[in-house]
Design a protein around this ligand. Structure first.
Ligand code: NAD
Length: 279
């Protein structure tokens, strides 16, 4: 895809961070934009920025971890603009801690947001994009945490590996069926200065029972401190929007924000092929 003027981009989690950066880049390219988020304050902030640039945009406030909201988002975009050309799944949360300590509700929350939510939207948007028969793109914001592992944040790794695997399989399943007008892209950022360390703020009402002792444990608090440290030291956000559109222009599946991530991911595969255990 090369022409963006007046085409329609829909971005989940577009109220903050990477999603917001992509929205601003889309605006520079003259696209019409639907910004989703579950956080009203973030949406207000993005709305203000987009208004300043004179963008043509609409706001859709909804929790995208719920399957029914995928179709509602598509219907909203079609009602507003009559077509959808790019879907960006950027909605995401961070949950750290060992599997045997984290409450079950956190496993559900992060899986429904980072993994299932991306699949729910991709599913219904692809149905529409197939009908449209015009160039279109699905962009899933995964993570380098989906290409390599660490001893922390098992559920974050699990959901991001899922997102990378599902995106690759999606790319191949479209190709194998000769559906060549829809491209798929998987963004694998390393640390970027966003609000991801504020994930507790995104916790949906259904998972807000914090009576489990885990939420007052040192393990929980240290995970939060670690996230702040990593994100604050991360790369500035400015360049990310361009990175994504460059990949769409070049029909490139993987989008790395940090080139060194490729080396670490390659080492993991090398170790695997050499029969070594995870390092
Ligand atoms: N910042 C990093 O270092 C980094 C690194 C790798 C991957 N990522 C991924 O990038 C994506 C964007 O995160 P970010 O870093 O921009 O963080 P962010 O917190 O700034 O933005 C995430 C946005 O998603 C929204 N959101 C969360 N749950 C939602 C839901 N259920 N429905 C709708 N919106 C929801 C939040 O309100 C927030 O606006 C995430 O998937 C994250 O895992 C971030």
């Amino acid at each position: 895809m090369q022409e963006y003027e007046n085409r329609v981009i829909v971005i989940t989690g577009g109220g903050s961070g990477i999603g917001q950066a992509i929205a601003l880049e889309a605006c520079r390219l003259g696209m019409r934009i639907v910004v989703n988020d579950q956080d009203k304050d973030y949406l207000n902030e993005t709305e203000k920025l987009l208004k300043e640039t004179g963008a043509d945009f609409k706001i859709f406030e909804a929790d995208m971890s719920l399957a029914e909201n995928a179709k509602a988002l598509l219907d909203f975009a079609l009602e507003a603009y009559g077509q959808v050309d790019i879907l960006v799944n950027s909605a995401g949360v961070s949950v750290s801690g060992p599997l045997w300590e984290i409450p079950e509700q956190d496993i559900k929350w992060i899986t429904e947001t980072n993994f299932l939510g991306h699949l729910y939207t991709a599913r219904v948007f692809i149905q529409q994009m197939i009908k449209q028969e015009t160039p279109a793109a699905i962009v899933n914001v995964a993570s380098t945490a989906g290409l390599m592992t660490s001893g922390n944040a098992i559920m974050y790794h699990a959901t991001k590996f899922g997102d990378v695997g599902a995106s690759e399989a999606l790319y191949l399943s479209l190709k194998h069926r000769n559906i060549n007008h829809i491209s798929v892209h998987c963004v694998a950022p390393a640390f970027i200065k966003t609000n991801i360390h504020e994930s507790e703020r995104y916790r949906p009402e259904r998972y807000q029972d914090l009576s489990d002792p885990y939420y007052s444990s040192e393990e929980f608090k240290s995970g939060y401190r670690r996230a702040i440290k990593q994100v604050v030291a991360g790369m500035p956000i400015d360049y990310v929007g361009k990175c994504v559109f460059n990949a769409i222009n070049e029909n490139r599946f993987y989008v790395f924000t940090h080139p060194e991530s490729i080396v670490v991911a390659a080492n993991r595969i090398k170790n695997m092929a050499a029969g070594k255990n995870p390092q």
